[in-house]
Design a protein around this ligand. Structure first.
Ligand code: NAP
Length: 314
């Protein structure tokens, strides 16, 4: 009998039980026990922790885990809370999540491209106000981040006829999409994007990266979609750029504090669309299948799946 796997989350007990059941169905040969139900001996025996934003104090009570599998694709909170001494971390890389995120990027790109915020505002004033049509090939969508999610979004946007440019930390070649990197690349993408989509992780480098200086470097009338993490944007600078009319609209799915507090100026701002962190939900069943495949491969070969670079933060 293999040693137990610990499931450590900050979910409510009922949601965690659903995850435990789905993981157990995907891995019938393993014993998966929720941390809260583990005996002191089982905590000592656990070899792997399967986690979803766990309490670091709980993880500290699993001294013999060799690695950690996150159920989420974004691991910024996990990395920040567990610190540099954490066991190797594997994050969720799920093509289904990438598909759903790419669909959201396309949906809200269309929302901006086909001027839905302006038509909604016109309707409120009973104003019959047709606007000129722009062909997607004349609209440049700039993707900040060309990782698992950024690449899927780039493919989807390209397929819909948009002109797509992608920016990443290291230089990249990706199909026929124009790619840029480094500071020079950042200036270029800011200067040409009609719609800028943020799909970068939150790291020491990206925190506060989209600030007044960066907004000023963007094309007048450009719009922004943030589906990554709230603190990448300096909120007050974004509001100032929208109020000044330099940027036309922002679609925000992620915030420094979630749920977004009622007094936030974002809620009522006419040029901001607030979404409740729904652009890329994790599918419990596909995620469990991926975790199962990774754990099986490790049991059979001793090889860990690709782990994140703790120093880079993603
Ligand atoms: P990923 O595969 O790790 O890709 C990250 C991309 O960002 C890479 O292209 C990376 O560059 C680039 N990057 C990182 N730091 C950068 C920097 N300082 N400058 C320029 N580019 C930088 O991550 P992913 O799976 O695509 O996920 C991206 C993020 O989406 C996650 O971290 C999470 O925050 C967010 N997310 C949001 C939701 C939601 O529902 N809203 C759901 C899932 C994930 P290199 O290619 O050079 O490494």
């Amino acid at each position: 009998m293999p040693k137990p796997l610990a499931l450590v989350t900050r979910m409510d007990a009922a949601t965690e039980a659903l995850w435990r059941e789905t993981l157990a169905d995907a891995l019938p040969e393993e014993t998966i026990i929720a941390f809260r139900d583990m005996s002191a001996e089982q905590r000592l025996q656990a070899e792997v922790a399967i986690v979803a934003n766990p309490d670091p104090a709980d993880v500290a009570q699993l001294p013999n885990i060799g690695w950690i599998h996150s159920l989420w694709a974004g691991v910024e909170r996990l990395v920040a809370e567990l610190g540099p001494e954490a066991a190797p971390i594997v994050r969720l890389v799920d093509p289904e999540l990438a598909r759903v995120m790419a669909e959201a990027v396309l949906a809200w790109t269309y929302y901006l491209h086909r001027d839905m915020p302006a038509y909604r505002a016109a309707q409120e004033k009973a104003d019959w106000a047709p606007r000129d049509y722009r062909h997607p090939r004349d609209v440049t969508v700039g993707l900040l981040g060309l990782g698992e999610l950024g690449k899927a979004a780039a493919d989807r946007l390209k397929g819909a006829g948009f002109n797509v440019m992608g920016w990443s930390r290291s230089p990249k070649v990706f199909g026929t999409i124009e790619t840029v990197s480094g500071e020079g690349g950042f200036d270029r993408i800011l200067g040409v994007a009609d719609i800028l989509v943020c799909l970068m992780p939150l790291t020491a480098e990206t925190r506060g990266m989209l600030d007044a200086r960066r907004f000023a470097a963007m094309k007048p009338g450009a719009a922004i979609i943030n589906f990554a993490r709230g603190p990448i944007i300096v909120d007050a600078d974004l509001i100032a750029a929208l109020d000044a009319g330099h940027l036309s609209h922002a679609v925000l799915d992620v915030f420094a504090q979630e749920p977004l507090p009622a007094p936030s100026p974002f809620w009522a701002h006419p040029a901001i669309t607030v979404l409740p962190h729904i652009s890329g939900p994790t599918d419990r069943f596909t995620a469990a299948g991926i975790v199962a495949a990774n754990i099986r491969q490790w049991r059979q070969t001793g090889q860990l799946p690709k782990t994140i670079d703790i120093k880079a933060g993603y």
